[in-house]
Ligand binder design. Structure first.
Ligand code: PA5
Length: 428
């Protein structure tokens, strides 16, 4: 992974090189804290050890009973779904089992998906670290009923990824379901490179070792200086820009395969860093599509944004046919990939010309290695940002509040948060 901060230096907001040099002292201190947390496998920091602690063989063995299904449906939400979704949407080939995600509990979507699948050829991957999340368990109960109704033995088609205790672990033990543990110390949104994120990739036959090798390469570049580590460069620059007013971070990959990556990044950034009145609001965009919509705002709207432009430098290309159509001959002989690169560079130049900060992130290709680098790099950037900001990166009290309130409303426990929901306002 390569990070270029050049277009964030003399912009508004912007960071000067000298301010980054001053910030580097804090980066060195933060790096020591991170390294000590990793050495002790403390909660959250343990996620940065996954390139060395994840066990691809164990993951492949757990999913081995499900040889070549038509589809795999992951039932999970938030960090229990987004890592796997990012990987499968980027890496899936037409010959792979289709990967679907039931995260939301929208009844129409659930019914529609279940009606399109051959459930006897579908594997259900139920993922919940806590084993108590209402959306996940409800969706699972619905899927299980649909399998019963279709005469499919759900216990033959289901595997579970969960913590050592909880409702889901009990269910897996009761029915002797294949299961994987969620590793200790790895919060949901940092679990893409663990059992949580990698099981679907294993079913789809992707190269888990290459994913972890990409992540490991990025981990080996973490050092006490932002000038030596692309991940820290991005984390430190984002932090410095947020302090100077860039309160929105628009993540804009130039690759359809990375569209889900922006969604994953949004969760990582928002849920980890949105604390104590601080944080940087992630916005999801896609190049070149959003050049024709959001870019207007990014360039000419409030000066409160950082735009992060991500691209692979290699991709399969497709030629644009020659044409004698008037005014279009310049396209012929070129390619869609060249056009997409031109759009990327034009957007970057357009933002720079308007003095809007952008950061360029490149990987060689959207393959296992590149994704390992990118996901790990963003996680390390996020952990560094959290250290610099002094927030509790690995907790999510606001998310937990909402979970308890929803459970309380459904009668799932005596949660005081549910009482706050009943205090209605009188809007007209
Ligand atoms: O990052 C997080 O901690 C959350 O997004 C969780 O992953 C999400 O709430 C799902 O929780 P669980 O895995 O316990 O079902």
């Amino acid at each position: 992974m390569r990070v270029d901060l050049g277009n964030a230096l003399s912009t508004t907001p912007g960071v000067s090189e000298s301010s980054l040099e001053r910030l580097d002292e804090q980066v060195a201190a933060a790096h020591e804290t991170i390294e000590s947390g990793r050495a002790d496998a403390e909660h959250g920091y343990a996620a940065l050890n996954l390139p060395d602690t994840a066990d691809p063989d164990a993951i492949r063995s757990a999913v081995e009973p499900f040889d070549s299904p038509d589809a795999v449906v992951t039932v999970g939400i938030g960090g229990s779904a987004l890592g796997a979704a990012t990987l499968s949407s980027a890496l899936s080939e037409p010959s792979d089992p289709d990967a679907y995600y039931l995260d939301n509990v929208d009844p129409e979507r659930v019914t529609c998906l279940l009606s399109t699948l051959d459930l006897s050829e579908t594997v259900v991957n139920v993922v919940s670290r806590s084993g108590t999340t209402a959306e996940t368990l409800s969706n699972f109960l619905v899927v299980r009923e649909a399998m019963d109704d279709a005469g499919v033995d759900w216990t033959d088609r289901t595997f579970v990824t969960t913590g050592e205790e909880g409702n889901l672990r009990n269910l897996a033990e009761k029915h002797d379901l294949p299961s994987l543990p969620v590793p200790d110390g790895v919060p949901g949104r940092f679990s893409a490179l663990s059992t949580v994120g990698l099981a679907v990739s294993a079913i789809q036959g992707h190269d888990l070792e290459a994913l972890l090798a990409g992540a490991r390469a990025e981990s080996e570049r973490l050092s006490g200086s932002l000038f030596e580590s692309p991940a820290y460069a991005y984390g430190a620059a984002s932090y410095a820009l947020a302090n100077r007013g860039a309160l929105t971070n628009a993540m804009m990959p130039y690759s359809e395969d990375l569209e889900y990556f922006a969604e994953w990044f949004a969760q990582l950034w928002a849920e980890s860093l949105g604390k104590d009145g601080l944080g940087q609001t992630p916005a999801r965009a896609l190049g070149a599509t959003d050049q024709h919509s959001q870019l207007q705002l990014y360039r000419a709207g409030p000066r409160d944004k950082l735009v992060t432009l991500v691209r692979p430098t290699e991709r399969e290309d497709r030629a644009i046919p020659e044409t004698d159509l008037e005014g279009l001959s310049y396209l012929g002989g070129s390619s869609l990939g060249e056009l997409l690169d031109a759009e990327f560079e034009a957007t970057e130049a357009s933002l720079a010309a308007a003095g809007v900060p952008s950061v360029r992130i490149e990987i060689d290709a959207v393959d296992e290695r590149g994704l390992g680098e990118l996901l790990y790099g963003m996680e390390a950037a996020c952990v560094l940002y959290g250290e610099l900001a002094g927030v509790s990166t690995f907790t999510q009290p606001a998310v937990e509040w909402g979970k308890r309130a929803a459970r309380g409303l459904l009668g799932g426990g005596d949660f005081e948060e549910a009482e706050a929901v009943s205090e209605k306002t009188h809007l007209i």
